[in-house]
Design a protein around this ligand. Structure first.
Ligand code: NAD
Length: 321
């Protein structure tokens, strides 16, 4: 089995590459970033620096490949996607050309990394909303820019399956976090950003933390190992169609800060920045469909996952103090 992990220089991709190498698969990794800048670099894989917005680059990456994971995307946390809508939408070129190249190369199966940002905004207006079901997508009202691109690309995958016989599988990831991800620079997401801020407060002796919004907005957070295992199950599933892949443990951002502070052993003064980019008010995953189809549910709770993530970010940061 030869597997292409597109965007494998990134957070989720790096962990997937490791997982498949350990399973004995032949793995090709393609990413636009220089190989030295990848979150993880595995020498046992074939590592390619390619801009997959170009069809020729996708054709190069797909040579002899049986299965494609498309995780390549220009994205980040809410601060990035709200300020870079056109860039987010340009990722449509990656999926379009990768699908085309996959058909030409007679790839058997294709996995697309979609997102909870495809869901209707009006289903996410309250902090206590029930988890989002796969059917909560239409009539469409996704996140501007990033969410629209993902929704369009989901549909494109479906039509390539119907019209060209490329078996496609779609995971709608809800916030994924863990070690070896982005934790600074503007693309980081809430768990990593909060770990970084708490570590900074601890190491610098400044006992306060800035929180975006009033802290009562809710999300769910899935630890990376659960995400990798779930992605493998979705890729191997006998049926296609989009499936949620996330945690159904709804937590407010204030509770997320509590969890990080508990690991750090500190209690900080909270400063709320109400003009910061916030996204929807409340979002979690309803996992009924993936549980009934594939028997998947997350195994790692927030406290355990945050502990591992905090320790890894702490190692990265402590040298700078
Ligand atoms: P990431 O940013 O760490 O990884 C994406 C990788 O794609 C990066 O390494 C980037 O360099 C690469 N890339 C961007 N443009 C490219 C191009 N033109 N050609 C080749 N490579 C390119 O993000 P991640 O957290 O690993 O997310 C992976 C996928 O999962 C993305 O599609 C993302 O939208 C989706 N997703 C992630 C989350 C999450 O919480 N991490 C949530 C929902 C969906």
């Amino acid at each position: 089995m030869k597997i292409l992990v597109a965007g494998g220089g990134g957070f989720i991709g790096g962990h997937l590459v490791k997982y498949y190498l350990e399973q004995g698969a032949e793995v090709v990794v393609a990413d636009v970033k220089a190989v030295d800048a990848w979150h993880q670099r595995h020498e046992a894989a074939e590592n390619l620096c390619l801009d997959l917005r170009d069809l020729a680059a996708c054709q190069r990456a797909c040579v002899g490949v049986d299965r494609v994971f498309n995780l390549a995307c220009d994205m980040g946390g809410m601060g990035f996607i709200e300020g870079n809508k056109a860039l987010c939408m340009l990722s449509v070129l990656i999926n379009t050309h990768l699908l085309k190249a996959s058909v030409e190369a007679k790839v058997q199966r294709y996995f697309f990394a979609s997102t909870a940002c495809v869901y209707r905004a009006d289903k996410q207006a309250e902090p206590g909303n029930p988890g989002l079901k796969e059917t909560d997508v239409y009539p469409a009202m996704p996140e501007d820019g990033y969410g629209w691109e993902k929704l369009f690309s989901e549909r494109m995958c479906r039509h390539f399956d119907e019209d060209f016989g490329l078996e496609t599988r779609i995971a709608r990831f809800h916030n994924v976090y863990g070690p070896q991800g982005t934790w600074d620079g503007g693309r980081e997401k809430a768990p990593a950003a909060i770990c970084r801020k708490v570590i900074h407060a601890k190491l610098s002796g400044e006992h306060e933390i800035e929180i975006w919004g009033d802290g009562e907005q809710t999300r769910s957070f899935m630890f990376i190992e659960d995400g990798v295992f779930g992605s493998d199950l979705i890729m191997n599933a006998s049926e296609g169609g989009a499936l949620n892949l996330g945690s159904d443990q709804l937590v407010s951002i204030n509770q997320l800060v509590d969890a990080v502070e508990a690991v750090a052993g500190v209690r900080l003064e909270r400063r709320y920045r109400l003009d910061a980019p916030l996204g929807v008010r409340g979002r979690s995953s309803d996992n009924s469909l993936i549980e009934s189809r594939l028997g998947w549910s997350p195994a790692i709770d927030l406290e355990a996952g945050i502990e591992k993530t905090y320790r890894w970010i702490y190692q990265q940061m402590k040298a700078g103090y």
